[in-house]
Design a protein around this ligand. Structure first.
Ligand SMILES: *Cc1c(COP(=O)(O)O)cnc(C)c1O
Length: 414
């Protein structure tokens, strides 16, 4: 039970208030305005912080006293954003660390899990492309053995963990683009028994749908470029973790320097306040669109955890508070014509934005085979179920009828 009075409040309330009004400003001088609290944490565009005396600076630099010294270490605007994330995503002992991108955050999480020469990492086959490439090209080249497993087959996960004794296991709460849902508590049981760190990329889930640390994960990673900031205007990342990993993440960020800038931290913190409102609307819209697409004659198949034929409906009910804002679907014109039909469909969209990324307030649509999964061989794409006729939508907060009208007129043109 968390005794922090702030943590007793509900998610929506914490999203709005957490991290704010911690810094008291005291202006001195004859005409100074006195003491005040800015209601929104200002953008501290300052690389360096001075103290009333050098002894204080000495104690701050020595870690004996909390305080700010240099912006690669920390910055009050960044700290405010991190406190808000700690409140939403953290368990009692965890801390959030903001980075300049999701990939910088993932790199720090993997390094904090001590993936050094001779260690093994076991990763989900369905992982975000750049994460898989980071594992192979950066950690693999440094002597880490990189193995993959179908993380929706718990028997296979258990077997691979037993065979390989990995130091870390990397999964995503919801996969791209087929929107499979990981059984985080079941996988956490397997990794805990084997003494492996479980790293969960919760970018698609957000703490609104799931808090992996509560389900047994050790380290949570986010691309805050997506839902957390939500407006398609910044690049940011986060690691949320507790002992024994938090100290390593902090030290790595100081030394490697993948920090978030104060302006980006401010925008991300501002975006976070509406996360529950946005996610609730996005989940509702996505459900409505998935159901509409599911009965359309030009659609062969729809992937969404709200649909009865989704392979993880039972897992989703246990581990997610709602069914998510992403939908993917195959057009009925499959085979060789699949790509042509997908391109014609995307080119006909008038409202939905044709662009990669996800989690923004506006609806986005992409062709995974030529974007997120472009680097894979056609046979590997086929094995992962990423067909040429597959479209992925990140549903925004628009009126659902306008989105459905746009999909309808685009489908008429193929
Ligand atoms: C976008 C994304 C990342 C990488 O984040 P950046 O902010 O682009 O560096 C990692 N994981 C997932 C699941 C993503 O969607």
């Amino acid at each position: 039970m968390n005794r922090d009075p702030e943590q007793q409040r509900r998610f929506e309330t914490r999203a709005v208030h957490s991290g704010e009004r911690r810094a008291r400003h005291k202006e001195t001088g004859t005409n100074g305005p006195g003491t005040f609290y800015p209601v929104s944490t200002p953008i501290y565009a300052s690389t360096t912080f001075s103290h009333p005396n050098i002894e204080t600076t000495d104690r701050v630099l020595g870690g004996e006293e909390p305080g700010y010294s240099y912006a690669r270490y920390d910055n009050p605007t960044v700290t405010a954003f991190e406190r808000a994330i700690t409140s939403l995503e953290g368990s009692e002992e965890a801390r959030a660390f903001a980075f300049g991108s999701g990939m910088a955050a993932m790199h720090a999480a993997l390094a904090a899990a001590e993936l050094t020469s001779g260690a093994t990492v076991l990763a989900a086959e369905q992982l975000y492309g750049s994460t898989a490439t980071l594992l192979v090209q950066v950690f693999g080249a440094a002597g880490v053995e990189v193995c993959f497993v179908d993380c929706y087959d718990l028997g296979a996960v258990e077997k691979r963990v037993r065979e390989k004794s990995p130091r870390a296991v990397v999964i995503e709460s919801i996969s791209n683009p087929l929107l499979r849902v990981s059984d985080v508590p079941a996988i956490a049981q397997i990794t805990q028994a084997a003494g492996a760190a479980l790293i969960v990329d919760n970018t698609f889930g957000t703490p609104y749908l799931q808090r992996p640390l509560d389900l047994g994960a050790n380290i949570v990673v986010h691309s805050a470029t997506k839902y957390l900031s939500g407006h398609g205007d910044i690049t940011a990342g986060l690691v949320v973790t507790g002992a024994p990993y938090d100290g390593a993440v902090e030290q790595l960020r100081k030394l490697v320097g993948g920090v978030i800038g104060p302006f980006e931290a401010w925008l991300a913190h501002r975006g976070l306040k509406t996360l529950p409102l946005r996610m609730s609307r996005q989940c509702e819209n996505a459900r409505e669109i998935a159901s509409w697409l599911n009965s359309h004659p030009k659609i062969a198949h729809v992937n969404h955890p709200s649909l009865k034929d989704h392979p993880d409906t039972e897992v989703a009910r246990r581990v997610l508070s709602d069914t998510g804002g992403l939908v993917s679907f195959e057009l009925a014109s499959g085979g060789a014509e699949g790509r042509e039909a997908a391109f014609a469909f995307l080119n006909s969209l008038e409202l939905c934005v044709k662009a990669p990324s996800l989690g923004d307030v506006y609806t986005l649509a992409i062709h995974p085979a030529t974007s997120s999964h472009r680097e894979l061989s056609p046979s590997r794409r086929e094995r992962l179920g990423v067909k040429e006729s597959l479209i992925r939508m990140s549903v925004g907060i628009e009126h659902p009828q306008d989105l459905i009208s746009d999909l309808e007129q685009a489908l008429e043109k193929i």
